[in-house]
Design a protein around this ligand. Structure first.
Ligand SMILES: N[C@@H](CCC(=O)N[C@@H](CS)C(=O)NCC(=O)O)C(=O)O
Length: 201
């Protein structure tokens, strides 16, 4: 399997999952220009990571990739064991992918939306305010739990990656004790350390 990656981006999520599963994969790191080049656009027309190839299969979209990995490696136990548990894992995955992740786009790249620098700053500030509200929901969910759904799943590395971004972009989550505990715990994980090291982080 080959994972197309941009250093520190959301492609770190399936990479950590593959480390946890102990599967063989090749990490193919691109720079931003290569993401928009015809060669990669043929793999992912949106010019974004992640993309995963496995034999004849070419897959994009984090959620689809994560679900594919767990279907291929059920023994890793990274999805729920019952329909209810799996629905709960999907709920938190969707929350992080569709709500949290998307609110980082204006924080990282406000220039995508406007050339007006004053407007860009407003956009960054408003998006960070929204992110604080969304992270507070995640913090509450972690109350009394080590992992988002009570046991380790494919949702947890996604939470880790957006928390890394929150620290990097100074989104104010410092007073959210459950998130801080989760972050320290997952950073100490050997699979996470290997993934970061392979990315040069
Ligand atoms: N909906 C996509 C979003 C992927 C995405 O936003 N990737 C970012 C990195 S975290 C990216 O490649 N951005 C570069 C760009 O869009 O120019 C998914 O879930 O896989």
């Amino acid at each position: 399997m080959k994972l197309y990656n941009l250093t520190g981006a959301c492609s770190l999520v399936p990479q950590i999952v593959m480390e946890w599963m102990g599967v063989d994969y090749e990490l193919h790191t691109l720079d931003y220009a290569a993401l928009k080049a015809p060669e990669y656009l043929a793999i992912n027309p949106t010019g974004s990571v992640p993309a995963l190839t496995d034999g004849n299969l070419t897959l994009t979209q984090n959620i689809a990739i994560l679900e594919y990995l767990v279907e291929r490696n059920p023994q890793a136990g990274l999805h729920g064991a019952t329909p209810e548990e799996r629905a709960n894992v999907r709920r938190w995955l969707a929350f992080i992918n569709a709500d949290v992740h998307k609110n980082f786009t204006p924080v990282f790249a406000p220039q995508f939306y406007s050339e007006d620098t004053a407007f860009q700053q407003t956009l960054v500030n408003k998006s960070k305010e929204r992110l604080v509200q969304l992270f507070a929901i995640l913090d509450k969910q972690l109350e009394g739990r080590d992992w988002l759904t009570g046991k380790r799943s494919i949702a947890d590395p996604y939470l880790y990656v957006v928390l890394r971004w929150a620290h990097f972009k100074e989104v104010n989550v410092g007073n959210m004790a459950n998130l801080q505990r989760f972050y320290q715990q997952i950073e100490a994980d050997e699979g996470v350390k290997r993934a970061l090291q392979k990315q040069g982080l």
